[in-house]
Design a protein around this ligand. Structure first.
Ligand SMILES: Cc1cc2nc3c(=O)[nH]c(=O)nc-3n(C[C@H](O)[C@H](O)[C@H](O)COP(=O)(O)OP(=O)(O)OC[C@H]3O[C@@H](n4cnc5c(N)ncnc54)[C@H](O)[C@@H]3O)c2cc1C
Length: 439
């Protein structure tokens, strides 16, 4: 591995790959990922990606996003995301991404929390379609090199300036990788939880490194639980039953086969209702029925869900499936501005690892792929515009002896992130109770 690059990007999800493609082709870019390039949550996205269809929908889309986020969102971030959406979709289509169409026009679906259909999709594998096509594009670029099974374990920094990252390469060697600019696009924290829809190697490593180096974090108490994952006694990643299934008419039933909640309410509200119902029923799941959706629509729109449920022994065209809430998304993260800049110079954070407040306390369905792409592009444009000089690598001393006991370091990192989430949750609750008391 070359130890010097212009920009190092940590992560091969939608944010990392799209960011790499938005940087000038004259920039030497090194993209690293802890696992295989395809193993990112971006590949798992089922439901779709939002787009502002017309000026008439700006107000409703903005309001839906703010309402889902409990109005804790940063209004500038929300506006930026929505206003940029058409351009992002055009860029994706330019990279060969195919979305469902009706009579040649883009087709839109709806999910929980959306007052109108504004979600583009590709069957129920939208993330694979988008991220797979981005990966193909990246692989064609001679200025971008991807290193798989290469893990960032620290950053190189001095005087609050980032000079690159420390990695464990695919042979197990600890190496410095000096870079003029560094982008964290290292995803969520699901790997820290027992039940999660995320890949288990996504363990909030960027957050842990930020904590170790006093890089500002934001809203880390906001962790989203998805209301409907397929209940299974088998260990491993929980399989998500996309919200768009409920958007298309699927219903939730309790043990007596009665409905107990409006299925199209925001995620946290539906999750809460399911948890209460499971408690009442004394069961670890509730039922989800797709009987209101025509068989051909299930097979056409949700072939992946149909197939996966079949493998678990359920034919969703004929019977209900058991579902249970599971950790799904991290709204908080490394504090970033609208250009992805963090509190450390030359360090950017984009995608799920970052937080510019766009999601507030709870993400609206299908806003996260869009958010990842919008702000990854802005970070790339900011880096390109800055046209900074490379810092001499030897200015920062690389101390390999710090990384001899990596197992302990990893355990400490996990503990540190979860403790910070709990600490911030308590602080938030106290503040909330105080605000309520004081009217
Ligand atoms: C099952 C599921 C369904 C979803 N459906 C939707 C949907 O329909 N619509 C929507 O908008 N969003 C959806 N999401 C959320 C969305 O997919 C993610 O929020 C978004 O893709 C995050 O992209 P990202 O690039 O930030 O992170 P990811 O795609 O998770 O990529 C993170 C990358 O960082 C790498 N990495 C992590 N740590 C390190 C390290 N220490 N060193 C090196 N590399 C590292 C990983 O290997 C990976 O390549 C879904 C998520 C899940 C789990």
């Amino acid at each position: 591995m070359d130890r010097e690059t212009d920009v190092v990007i940590v992560g091969t999800g939608a944010a990392g790959l799209f960011g790499a493609l938005q940087l000038p082709e004259s920039t030497k870019i090194t993209v690293i990922t802890k696992d295989a390039a395809e193993n990112s949550d971006s590949f798992l996205a089922q439901g779709g990606i939002c787009m502002l269809r017309s000026e008439e929908d700006y107000g409703p889309y903005y309001e839906d996003t703010m309402k889902a986020g409990h109005y804790r969102n940063n209004p500038q971030s929300v506006e930026m995301m929505i206003r940029s959406s058409r351009q992002i979709i055009d860029l994706l289509i330019g990279y060969g991404v195919e979305f469902e169409r009706q009579d040649g026009e883009l087709a839109f679906t709806r999910e929980g929390g959306h007052s109108r259909p504004r979600i583009l999709f590709h069957e129920d594998i939208t993330g694979k379609e988008i991220t797979g096509k981005l990966l193909n594009q990246v692989r064609k670029r001679s200025n971008i090199t991807i290193y798989e099974h290469t893990e960032m374990i620290d950053i190189l920094c001095q005087d609050n300036i980032c000079h690159g990252v420390v990695v464990v390469d695919s042979h197990g060697n600890v190496e410095p990788l000096y870079a003029r600019d560094t982008i964290f696009a290292c995803g969520g924290i699901g790997g820290l939880y027992r039940h999660s829809t995320n890949f288990s190697h996504l363990t909030g490593d960027g957050i842990a490194i930020a904590l170790r180096h006093q890089i500002a974090l934001k809203d880390v108490n906001f962790v989203q639980i998805h209301p409907t994952t397929l209940y299974s006694k088998k260990p491993g990643r929980s399989f998500l039953i996309s919200e768009s299934v409920r958007g298309e008419g699927a219903l939730l039933y309790n043990a007596r086969m009665e409905r107990f909640v409006d299925e199209l309410l925001p995620r946290d509200v539906v999750t809460h209702a399911i948890e209460e119902q499971m408690e009442k029923d004394g069961r670890p799941y509730v039922w989800l029925s797709m009987e209101k959706i025509a068989r051909e629509d299930i097979l056409g729109h949700f072939p992946n869900i149909y197939q996966r449920c079949l493998e678990e022994g359920y034919d969703v065209t004929k019977e209900c499936i058991p579902v249970v809430p599971g950790q799904h998304y991290f709204m908080g993260g490394i504090q970033s501005d609208l250009d992805g800049r963090t509190s450390m110079e030359r360090l950017y954070a984009v995608g799920e690892t970052s937080c510019n407040g766009v999601h507030g306390a709870n993400r609206l369905a299908s806003n996260s792929l869009l958010e990842s792409l919008v702000f990854a592009r802005r970070a790339a444009l900011d880096i390109a515009a800055a046209s900074r000089q490379k810092l001499p690598g030897e200015r920062v001393r690389f101390e390999p002896e710090k990384y001899t006991d990596r197992k302990t370091m990893q355990q400490e990192n996990r503990k540190m992130v979860l403790q910070e989430i709990e600490r911030m949750k308590k602080a938030y609750e106290q503040q909330h109770n105080h605000d309520v008391k004081c009217g």
